[in-house]
Structure formats: C-alpha cells, structure tokens
Ligand binder design. Sequence first.
Ligand SMILES: [Zn+2]
Length: 258
Amino acid sequence: MAVDVVWKGNEYTNSSDRKGQAPLIIVNHISAGSMSSMDSWFTSPDNKVSSAHFGVSKQGTIHQYVKLERMAWAQGITADRIATAPAAIVRSKGINPNLYAVSIEHEGLDGELTEQQFVASVALHRYIQAYVADHWGYTIPFDREHVLGHFQIDPVRKASCPGAKFPWKQLYSTLSLPDKRHGGADSVEEQLKQLQTLVTDLKGRLAWLESQHQLQEVPIWAKASVDKAVAQGLVYTPTPSSLDFYRMLIVLDRKGLL
Ligand SMILES: [Zn+2]
C-alpha cells in the first residue's frame, strides 16, 4: 500500500526557508475543525499566521500543504520560551522549532482519531521518515524525543494540542513494529520460515561449491601413487576426490609409505 498524499498547497500557503536545518522531529496537532476548513485556511490569502506540512482527515485522506524542504508555520514559540520548552530537543537546539520540524494536523477536536485516520497517520509518519532519510540522510527515530505533540513545544498556548484523547501509546507501539507494507516479516513464525529457506539455500550452494572441487579423473601426475594406494587396498574409489587428496597420496608415496 503506497501512501496516497494529495498536494493542496497554493501560492498563499505560508512557508519559509529551513535555513539549512534538516527535519529532526515530527510534531502532531489537532486542527480543532473540519478537513475542509483546514484546506481553505491553509490556502487562504487572508492567512498570514499559520500552516502545516500535512493534514489527515477522519476518512484517512492525507493532504500536503508545504513541501518538506520548506518550513511550515506550525509551532512557533517566542524566543524566550525555547529554553523552558518541555521537549528536550527544543531546549538543546535553541532555535525556532519550525526550522527542524515536520508538522501533521489531524482533523478533529479532542485528539480522538478514527481507525482510518490512525492508520493513515502511522503511514504518514513512515512516509516522512523515509522521505527525510532519502533527502537528508537522517532517520527520524520513532521515539518520545522525536515524535512529539504540540503541547511539548508550547505548553502555554497549546496545552490541548493534539488533545487529551490522542492515542500516543498506540502510536508509539505501532510505529515500533516492522513496516508490513515493505515486506517486513509480521510474525516470529514468518521470520523463522525465512531463515529456514535461507539455510536450505546456503546448504545447496555449499554442496555445489564442494562438488566443483572434486576431480572426476585422477590427475596424470598422481596416477602412479594412486595406483599403489589402490593396489594396497588403502583406497577403493580414487574418484571423485579433491586435489589435496591426490597430493597427500604423493607425499605418502615419496616417504615410502605406499
Ligand atoms: Zn497544534
């Protein structure tokens, strides 16, 4: 299942230069309104205050308003509050968090997501992680330091974004699972089966490689020694054997042991 991202941004959508910063965190928001009002606000010529990279509707559709290469105006805080932000990364970076954030708005009011919306949001988190890894060579970790809520950046004005009902636990645990869409094994049995196939395959290759080292005829230079060994009943079937075997017989012969 490819992630279906619909481009909705226009020339009025607010965005700025990232000033060389790579996206390091994903910040989750609740839109406190409908998807259509989100679409029209983020593309309105009257909006000079806010934007987000993505919006996820209750039906699970994903809209994009700002390219990931640009910064969206989603969680700006005044410079004096950066030092006291709950999120450690915001305090340690010490700059406008929009510069290194990717923001996701969710259609809704209190953070409760529909099943389709949750699934789409998880897929979007993975899409963002892959996109950032491709373009910046950095993999955003799916942990509590890098997948954040707006309240962890701005606890004063945005204490209830994305809302009390936002499914944090479910989000982190789902993001920690292998991505099934990319052929990840989804159970221990499945992983075991894959390993068994690999071992069988390797055994076959090993047998083939070994067979390549078996000579089907006694080399001329070893013939006299091999004949002696056969005559003495030391060797019953001189072929197929390895070069080392014939060399060993020659050594024994030269030592007068045959
Ligand atoms: Zn927010």
